[in-house]
Ligand binder design. Structure first.
Ligand SMILES: Nc1ncnc2c1ncn2[C@@H]1O[C@H](COP(=O)(O)OP(=O)(O)OP(=O)(O)O)[C@@H](O)[C@H]1O
Ligand SMILES: [Mg+2]
Length: 662
């Protein structure tokens, strides 16, 4: 889809401001151009030769134009009269009685110079003020649209589904959010700002040139088609090159973000040098691209300078030759002053054009950025609420997998992680998922949360296909203690209350007690108001994990998932949490993924996975006695069947091995 129709509604929101800018720009642009004309009388006055005839009626500026013929009156002494005098003078001049005004000026040269100086200054000051106002208004538009774009883009990205994040790097996202929105802003500001003034300035100057001498203007305009070509071709090249440069810039973001977020690993492996090298490579690549871009961009200014000089020289030489020959060929009554003003105008003519050429650069870079932004904006999440989606009921749900086949999207060889997978979990049951690394345990959880959609089969929660549940309600009722704890750089209270921002301190504390986190939190100088540092860096992994457990419990979910949630706890804390498990799991369908079999043993049912298939399931005793994979894994950890059997957590009867085998 073309980009302009998408940009216009955003600009339309600022229509009145834009209208103001347009009006002011016309005024400022023309003012700049036409104030040049004021130089003409100065030249005429300064270079007046006494022998030169002054045509037209002799008229005093104090008298109305009709009173032509009255004698020249000297300048009045009172201020009010002086003002009136000058006003009449200017009126006379503007009304076409230049000769009368010139008469007066010749008799009052110094006053005339001062007057014209004041006029020029006022025009300049007015122009400068308008430019300032336009600049501010423009900034409001540019920054406003940039903010909206950034906000929308961030919301759009955050609302994307997990497959999106699997294939998009953080660097790319950061580059879109930061660099590209800024380039669009710069483009809009340049467009609506001084460049509009430049545009009308060019038009105004062209009018002045044509007014002074249409014929000479033909010579002066010879270079314009070349400039047009320059405009067109550099624009195209810039858009293409800018795209490549930005992609490499995203690479720089990517490398730095990766290195800094994994700084502990970088340090531990002494990989500082490696990361610096990677970063340097990325910046060097970006630089190469930017240099190519700069070659094109940098060409524009000097080319314009050269072409403008060419135009001036052409005007000077051709105009000079014609002026020396037949002045009237250049224009009726073409005088020295006209020629001088003409030269002044032609040198000024190319200055705003330079601004317009620069705009061409920011325009194309901005449009390339806008295209990249919309490339992301156009990605629609594939995991959407069905039109007839319902809320997940607020009771302890049954969780079922029926004939589920699933592979992660966009992998080179999409080998299914799960194939024709079946599992039924009763409401309130506590199921442990065990098995070697990569068996597909976390994948099962991802499917329950509908982070991904299955390719075949169905995942049902409380009898509903997850694809027919509102995602919001589904996620509201599920709490995960993930494999990798993520804490925000905020207080402990805020981190625990992350899923329930309305929670009171008492509720937060209760959850923390259940997670056996209260003691260590209370021992911190600021207690629950302690800020945990970036990613919770000021806490130990076990402490972070307990906060994650508290966070999950505070949500009061009906489906509770522990993915290696106790892996980083010391044996004592783990035992304490195990003791609280009965309370924690009550009234919830619970999944516990654990490599530590001491935790697993208490589940109502243990499901042993290998390569995405259920190889065994049952209670700890039955599985151990069966002597299969589970028993082997137990033996490795030194856990035996005669380890004092603890009661299962929910009190559910252990289910038989045959039930639900995949
Ligand atoms: N986001 C992903 N994109 C592509 N493939 C993935 C993704 N996550 C996991 N996989 C692949 O799916 C398979 C199962 O992974 P899963 O995370 O479910 O294993 P797991 O049983 O949880 O292992 P562990 O005990 O190590 O956590 C693995 O082969 C893994 O490479
Ligand atoms: Mg896992």
């Amino acid at each position: 889809m073309s980009l302009l129709p998408r940009l216009l509604p955003r600009l339309w929101a600022f229509k009145f401001r834009l209208l103001n800018i347009a009006i002011l720009s016309v005024v400022a642009g023309f003012l700049g151009a036409f104030s040049l004309i004021a130089f003409k009388p100065i030249i005429e006055v300064m270079f007046y030769q006494p022998g030169e005839a002054i045509e037209g009626p002799q008229v005093s500026p104090l008298a109305p134009p009709e009173d032509a013929g009255s004698p020249v009156i000297p300048l009045p002494s009172k201020i009010a009269e002086k003002v009136q005098f000058y006003k009449n003078l200017v009126q006379n001049y503007v009304a076409g009685h230049q000769e009368a005004a010139k008469q007066w000026m010749l008799h009052n040269k110094v006053h005339a110079l001062i007057l014209i100086g004041i006029i020029l200054l006022v025009a300049q000051a007015l122009g400068a003020y308008i430019k300032y106002v336009v600049e501010v208004m423009t900034a409001k538009i540019g920054l406003g649209i940039q903010k909206d774009l950034k906000d929308e883009l961030f919301e759009h990205i955050v609302r994307q589904d997990m497959p999106f994040f699997s294939r998009t790097s953080t660097g790319q996202i950061m580059a879109r959010l930061q660099n590209d929105t800024r380039k669009v802003q710069r483009m809009l500001m340049d467009f609506t700002g001084s460049t509009v003034i430049d545009f009308f300035n060019v038009i105004g100057l062209l009018c002045v040139l044509l007014y002074l001498s249409p014929r000479l203007t033909i010579y002066a305009a010879v270079t314009l088609p070349i400039l047009g070509g320059l405009f067109y071709f550099t624009g195209r090249a810039i858009r293409k090159l800018s795209d490549k440069a930005e992609e490499h810039d995203a690479g720089v973001f990517h490398v730095s973000q990766e290195a800094l977020s994994g700084i502990a690993v970088v340090k531990a492996f002494g990989a500082d040098g490696h990361e610096v090298k990677r970063f340097k490579q990325a910046t060097a690549q970006t630089n190469r691209r930017l240099l190519t871009l700069q070659r094109v961009q940098g060409f524009v200014g000097p080319a314009n300078d050269f072409l403008s000089t060419l135009a001036v020289v052409l005007t000077l030489v051709m105009g000079g030759i014609l002026f020396l020959g037949d002045r009237n060929y250049l224009g009726p009554d073409f005088q020295t002053a006209d020629f001088t003003i003409y030269l002044l105008a032609i040198t000024r003519f190319y200055r705003p054009i330079k601004g317009l050429l620069k705009l061409n650069v920011t325009y194309h870079r901005g449009m390339a950025s806008l295209a990249r932004i919309y490339r992301i904006m156009d990605i629609q999440p594939t995991i959407l609420d069905a039109p007839d989606a319902v809320d997940l009921p607020d009771r302890t749900p049954r969780v079922e997998f029926h004939g589920v086949t699933f592979a992660y999207p966009r992998r080179r060889n999409p080998q299914p992680v799960l194939e024709n997978f079946n599992l039924e979990v009763e409401p309130g049951e506590v199921v442990a998922l065990v098995g070697p690394s990569g068996a597909g345990k976390t994948t099962l959880i991802n499917l329950i949360c509908r982070f991904y959609d299955v390719q075949e089969g169905v995942v049902r929660i409380a009898g509903h296909d997850v694809r027919h549940l509102r995602q919001r309600s589904l996620r509201d009722r599920i709490a995960i203690v993930p494999q990798e704890t993520f804490l925000f750089n905020d207080t402990i209270h805020e981190n625990i209350a992350y899923g329930r921002t309305d929670a009171t301190r008492a509720e937060v504390e209760q959850a923390a007690r259940l997670a056996h986190a209260h003691h260590f939190i209370a021992a911190l100088p600021d207690g629950y108001d302690t800020v945990v540092g970036e990613r919770g860096g000021k806490l130990s992994t076990g402490q972070k994990q307990r906060l994650a457990i508290a966070r999950a419990l505070l949500k009061n979910p009906t489906i509770l998932i522990f993915d290696e949630a106790t892996a980083s706890l010391d044996a004592e804390t783990e035992r304490q949490i195990r003791d609280s498990m009965r309370l924690i799991c009550r009234g919830r369908t619970t999944f516990i993924i654990a490599h530590r079999f001491s935790t697993v043993m208490m589940a109502d049912r243990i499901v042993v996975l290998e390569n995405g298939r259920i190889v065994e399931q049952g209670s700890h005793e039955t599985l151990y006695e069966a002597g299969g994979l589970y028993a082997r894994l137990c033996n490795i950890q030194g856990i035996f069947v005669d380890t004092p059997p603890e009661a299962t957590l929910s009190g559910h009867p252990s289910r038989s091995l045959a039930n639900g085998l995949g």
